[in-house]
Design a protein around this ligand. Sequence first.
Ligand code: MG
Length: 250
Amino acid sequence: MIFLKSERELTLMRQACRIVAVTLARLQEAVVPEVTTRELELLALDSIRSQGAQTAFKGYQKFPAHICTSVNEEVVHGIPGARRLREGDIVSIDLGAIWNGFYGDAACTFPVGRISPEAQRLLAVTRQALERAIAVVRPDHRLSDVSHEVQQFVEAHGYSVVRNYVGHGIGRAMHEEPQIPNFGPPGRGPRLRPGMTLAIEPMVNIGGWEVALRPDHWTAVTADGSLSAHFEHTVAVTEGEAEILTAAPA
Ligand code: MG
């Protein structure tokens, strides 16, 4: 069942999502060569707690950390640790916050110092795929129209979309119905309705879409070792254009 949020509930979600957005902006400043992913995790933890919220990921299905940090060929669910980021890396940071019972969830792939033109293009295309998807989030559209938009945009640029992980409804739980794949034919699934809140999150690989799991049982990597990027926003369906709840603070 898809839960439609009341105006009061949306007010709470806006706050949870703003805490996530503020934290991502702080992380962007902190992503520099030689920083460790553990240091980024501690910064995120401090940012979320200092805004009166809790982190959403630690302990979720026994995930061992407060945020996910996925470097280069790592797709999602990388575990922060002693790894030092190097000039030319890309790092996807995914984080969630819980505030007054509501969740916010967002992700962004950041460049570490100067990165290759190829990596720049991957980040640009993945970010644009998310923007294109959000532009389709309108009450006259159906859920798989969003999925289709991501796939056709990404594949038109010669990249592939990850199939094993999907976006999701979000609210009083981090993962609510519906699931939102980043591929598939248009015109299917439920009609979008005002009050739906959705986490849309294209994961894009330069090579093939297949992923493998590292021995830590969490970190998903591209099967062919190619670079991967991930951008995510929590959005609310309105009568018109979607409201991006995790939009970067002004
Ligand atoms: Mg998510």
